[in-house]
Write a protein that binds this ligand. Structure first.
Ligand SMILES: [Zn+2]
Length: 50
């Protein structure tokens, strides 16, 4: 899979990570972008955690 965001979440691509937990990352610079660690094509495919 060639996905920049997956590469960032797997530390294979440099990014300034300003927040991280078991589910998501927040990256900069410029605008802050929050991304899920799980690769999905639609946010509604993410499991809701309890
Ligand atoms: Zn991905």
């Amino acid at each position: 899979m060639n996905c920049l965001f997956c590469e960032i979440s797997q530390s294979r691509q440099d990014a300034k990570i300003i927040y991280e937990d078991e589910h998501c990352l927040a990256i900069q610079p410029g605008h802050t972008l929050v991304i899920p660690k799980e690769h999905v094509t639609d946010i509604h495919q993410l499991e809701t955690s309890t």
